[in-house]
Ligand binder design. Structure first.
Ligand SMILES: CC(C)(COP(=O)(O)OP(=O)(O)OC[C@H]1O[C@@H](n2cnc3c(N)ncnc32)[C@H](O)[C@@H]1OP(=O)(O)O)[C@@H](O)C(=O)NCCC(=O)NCCS
Length: 297
C-alpha cells in the first residue's frame, strides 16, 4: 500500500479553499478552473465531481479524501476498494472522530462486501437518472414562474445571499444536512468554468422583497449536463417554481446542443422523485452511500 505525501498533492484551486481546509477531497462540484482541466484527464475526479465532490486530494493510502462543509469526509480510492483501504478509512473515521462516507455503484458487489467487512454501513441509496431533454421539454417546457417571482442568473446574484440559500436548502436534502459553506468554498465551487454556465444556474427571486427563494443549477460538465441541485424554500413550494426554473435551464442546455442530462436523488426524497417523474426521467442505476464513524452509528 503506497502512502502519498502532501508534497505530491496537486494544488487544485486558487480560492484559498485548500489553505482554509488542509485535509481532504469534496462535494457539490468543484473549484473549477484548474479542477476541470485535471478532471478531463482523471476519471476519478470526474466521478467525484459528478457526485458533487470538489478538490479531492490523496491522503494516506491512495484514497482521495475531502472534508465537506457539513463536516463529513468523503473518501474514494483511485482504483477499486481494497480491504487495506477500507480498513484505513474506518480507522481514519475512528481516530479523527469524524463521519467518513463513500459513494459506490450498487452493482459493485465485491467492493460493497469489502466496505461492509471493514465496518462501513449503508447509509442511504440514490437513484441515478437520465432526462431526455426533448421529452422533458415537450411536457414541461411551458412551465412558468408564478406571479411575483422572477428568475436571475447566479452570475448576477449576490454570492453571499446565494450561499445562505444553498445552505438552507441543503438542510432539506437527505445526505447534506448541516452543510455550511464558507464564502470561499461556495464561490470556488460555483463559478469556475466550464461547468458553471450562467444560463443553467438560476435563482428564483421574490419580487418586492428581493428574497432569494429557490435555485436550480445544471453543471455543464464535459461529460454532459448534470442537474446538480434544485431547491425552493418551504414557504414557496408547490407553486411551480422548481419546474419553471428547470425548464429554462433545460432549454439552455438543449440550445447548446445537448440531448440528455443526468442526475441522482435520494430514494426517500419524494419531492425530488416527483419532479423527475414530471421530467420523464428514467433510472439508469443506483448508488449507495456507505458511512463509518459517529454519524453512521
Ligand atoms: C423538490 C423541490 C425543489 C420542488 O420544488 P417546488 O417548487 O415545490 O416544485 P414544483 O412546484 O415545481 O413541483 C413540480 C412538480 O413536481 C412534483 N412534486 C413537487 N413536490 C412534490 C412532493 N413533495 N411530492 C411529490 N411530488 C412533488 C409534482 O409533480 C409537482 O407538480 P404539481 O404541483 O402540479 O403536482 C422542493 O420540494 C424542495 O426544495 N425540496 C427540498 C430540496 C430538495 O430535496 N431538492 C432536490 C434534491 S437536489
Amino acid at each position: 500500500m503506497s502512502v502519498v505525501g502532501r508534497a505530491k498533492t496537486p494544488q487544485l484551486c486558487g480560492h484559498g479553499f485548500r489553505k482554509a481546509r488542509p485535509l481532504l477531497g469534496s462535494f457539490e462540484d468543484a473549484c473549477r478552473s484548474s479542477m476541470s482541466q485535471i478532471a478531463q484527464r482523471d476519471p476519478t475526479r470526474q466521478f467525484l465531481r459528478a457526485r458533487g465532490c470538489a478538490a479531492p486530494r490523496l491522503a494516506g493510502v491512495n484514497v482521495r479524501t475531502h472534508r465537506r462543509p457539513d463536516g463529513r469526509v468523503v473518501v474514494f480510492p483511485i482504483a477499486p476498494w481494497t480491504p487495506d483501504q477500507a480498513n484505513w478509512a474506518v480507522r481514519f473515521a475512528r481516530n479523527k472522530g469524524v463521519s467518513v462516507i463513500t459513494h459506490i455503484s450498487a452493482d459493485r458487489v465485491d467492493e460493497l462486501r469489502i466496505l461492509a467487512d471493514a465496518g462501513f454501513t449503508s447509509a442511504r441509496r440514490e437513484v441515478k437518472v437520465e432526462v431526455d431533454l426533448d421529452k422533458a421539454l415537450a411536457t414541461t417546457g411551458g412551465a412558468r414562474l408564478p406571479p411575483g417571482v422572477a428568475a436571475i442568473s447566479a452570475a448576477d446574484a449576490d454570492v453571499d445571499r446565494l450561499r445562505v440559500l444553498d445552505d438552507a436548502l441543503r438542510d432539506d436534502i437527505p445526505g447534506t444536512r448541516g452543510w455550511r459553506s464558507t464564502p470561499e468554498e461556495f464561490a470556488g465551487e460555483t463559478f469556475s468554468a466550464p461547468a458553471f454556465n450562467p444560463a443553467t444556474y438560476l435563482v428564483a427571486v421574490q419580487e418586492g422583497t428581493g428574497e432569494y427563494i429557490g435555485l436550480v443549477r445544471i453543471w455543464m460538465n464535459r461529460s454532459g449536463p448534470r442537474i446538480g441541485m434544485f431547491g425552493v424554500l418551504r414557504a414557496h413550494r408547490r407553486r411551480g417554481i422548481a419546474l419553471a426554473l428547470l425548464a429554462r435551464c433545460l432549454f439552455a442546455a438543449r440550445d447548446i446542443g445537448h440531448r440528455t442530462a443526468t442526475s441522482e436523488y435520494d430514494e426517500t426524497n419524494e419531492a425530488s422523485g416527483g419532479v423527475f417523474r414530471r421530467l420523464g426521467a428514467h433510472q439508469t442505476g443506483s448508488t449507495l452511500e456507505f458511512a463509518s464513524g459517529p454519524q453512521a452509528a
